[in-house]
Design a protein around this ligand. Structure first.
Ligand code: F6P
Length: 532
């Protein structure tokens, strides 16, 4: 099928996207779900390609796999686990794992989180110095990126204490955050599914020591978000402030449950419920909409078309929404930890590429940094733009309109480009001629025909953020099923962790570097000479 798709893509090579952009094309190659619109008209995908990709969904059994996921089957086969982050945003009942309905426990934990969040926000739960003013979430990967991204995205809805995020083992991270807080009015939340992650446990110990210098009972200002209740007990954290979740919630899919506690404290339980409702609305859409009207499926179709068919190895995520500044980092984990795999579910090497490199920055900042390469570099980089019709910043609507204009202008510039003749005319109008005109004109040519998509929504509110995150989750799911990989394990992070554990005593000077490779020995020796 990939060969057929590639052969078909070759027949489209001479077609220019800009020439296809009729109103009919804009209607036929866009999907609306409630008040959100995904527009993929500005790609080279034609109806035949889309039909082939939809046929591929059917051939690869995406619908059956989707139902297996929603119904609690153990589709994470290498870890023998169900994949049920969708249950965390499901207001209903009857989701079974191993013959047990998991929903009552999900709702009970959510209710406990709400009680605690309300207490923190109202001051009923206080630090030694009174009402909590600062919440420090200590976690990494999925235990950091989801809440950090969402707290920033929903800043206009904050009416709780300030939230900070510490993730890096680099002491600069925690030192900077703690410097701005007072131990007497700080709640430290240790967010770790396993409660073993070195970065998190090291930072948590640092935070506990810092609390101990300012308050008599540091453990009273700690909460934990974890599946490992035995380990949270060993830390002396009151079980009343431990919020657990099951192994069927993957780290990078965990913002919907206890890992979202900092977000809930920041925006309040009601707004958090709107966020969950947004995710659930996207779940319903994903489960019921026919493929061509199915937003996650079409987002996946575009991803497969660009990466596996056309061979574009990266995609840029470009939110024209400053508050989505951490979305690219969040999607890097979601997409690359999920679909960066080299073997298929049965262990055989993949015969095609796995997921792409995902990167990006908010617009318009990126325009003044890396868009040069996107417009005129030798490689094609599919761009995924996001933009809201309205911002939150009262009185600055004109500025928001400029933001929107820039977003649409970039999409147009990418497809349209500028021909050599157009560049020559510009140079001639500036008075150049002859060889100098030719030389200068060449630098001003834009090849154009560069693909982009646009996700637009009325405003970045909690419901919409929930929809956006669930949209990308399901996109990753569809792409993973089509490519044939397990999107829900992450064995590729293990080797580095093991070697770091082995190297730590070498760096500390309690073990020597004998037996390490020559390059490592040389690095260790240099770092020792310079005081490591
Ligand atoms: O190392 C990768 C990873 O396991 C991620 O998948 C996860 O989100 C992160 O580490 C943090 O894990 P934990 O929540 O167990 O500390």
């Amino acid at each position: 099928m990939w060969d057929r798709l590639r052969n078909h893509a070759a027949t489209l090579a001479d077609r220019r996207i800009a020439d296809t952009l009729t109103p009919a094309r804009a209607a036929a190659f866009s999907v609306e779900a409630d008040d959100m619109r995904f527009d993929y008209a500005r790609t080279s995908m034609d109806e035949t390609a889309r039909d082939m990709l939809v046929a591929l969904f059917d051939a690869r059994g995406v619908a059956a796999r989707r139902e297996a996921m929603f119904s609690g089957a153990k589709i994470n086969e290498t870890e023998g686990r169900a994949v049920l982050h969708t249950a965390l945003r499901n207001p209903g009942t009857g989701v079974m794992v191993d013959g047990r309905d998991v929903m009552p426990e999900v709702h009970e934990t959510l209710a406990r989180m709400e009680t605690f969040a309300r207490a923190v926000r109202s001051g009923d739960f206080a630090g030694a110095g009174g009402t909590i003013r600062d919440v420090v979430n200590i976690g990494i990967g999925g235990s950091d990126l989801g809440p950090a991204m969402a707290v920033r995205a929903l800043a206009p809805y904050h009416d709780g204490p300030r939230c900070h995020f510490v993730s890096n083992i680099d002491p600069a991270d925690i030192a900077t955050v703690l410097d701005a807080c007072d131990p007497a009015t700080t709640l430290a939340i240790v967010a770790s599914k396993t409660f073993t992650t070195v970065e998190t446990m090291t930072n948590a110990a640092t935070a506990r020591d810092w609390l101990a210098k300012g308050v008599a009972d540091p453990a009273a200002q700690l909460a934990a978000l974890s599946s490992a209740s035995g380990r949270t007990d060993a830390w002396g954290i009151d079980p009343a402030r431990v919020f657990g979740f099951e192994d069927w919630v993957g780290g990078r899919y965990s913002v919907w449950g206890p890992i979202g506690l900092s977000l809930m404290i920041a925006i309040g339980p009601e707004r958090f419920r709107e966020f969950l409702a947004g995710g659930h609305a996207m779940d319903r859409h994903f489960r019921t909409a026919p493929w061509r009207q199915n937003m996650p499926a079409m987002l996946a179709a575009v991803g497969l078309w660009h990466n596996q068919v056309l061979g574009h190895a990266t995609r840029a995520v470009l939110p024209y929404d400053e508050r989505l500044g951490r979305l690219p980092a969040y999607l890097q984990q979601l997409e690359m930890e999920s679909n960066g795999k080299r073997v298929s579910m049965d262990g055989a090497p993949l015969a095609w590429d796995s997921g792409p490199v995902v990167w990006g920055e908010p617009g318009t900042n990126g325009q003044h940094a890396f868009y040069q390469l996107i417009h005129q570099g030798t490689r094609v980089i599919p761009c995924e733009f996001l933009v809201a019709a309205r911002g939150h910043d009262e009185g600055l609507h004109h500025q928001h309109r400029l933001l929107v204009a820039n977003c649409l202008a970039q999409a147009e510039a990418l497809t349209r480009g500028r021909s050599l003749d157009e560049a020559r005319a510009i140079m001639a109008a500036r008075g150049l001629e002859g060889a100098e005109l030719e030389r200068q004109a060449a630098h001003r040519v834009f090849p154009g025909n560069r693909p982009s998509t646009l996700l637009s929504y009325p405003r970045l509110d909690p419901f919409t953020l929930g929809r956006i995150i669930a949209l990308y989750e399901h996109r990753v799911f569809v792409e993973g099923v089509v490519v044939g990989i397990n999107s829900f394990d992450q064995w590729g992070v293990e080797l580095g962790k093991e070697l770091a554990t082995a190297l730590a005593p070498v760096i500390e000077g309690t073990a020597d570097a004998q037996g390490r490779d020559g390059a490592t020995q040389a690095s260790v020796a240099w770092l020792r000479r310079h005081g490591v």
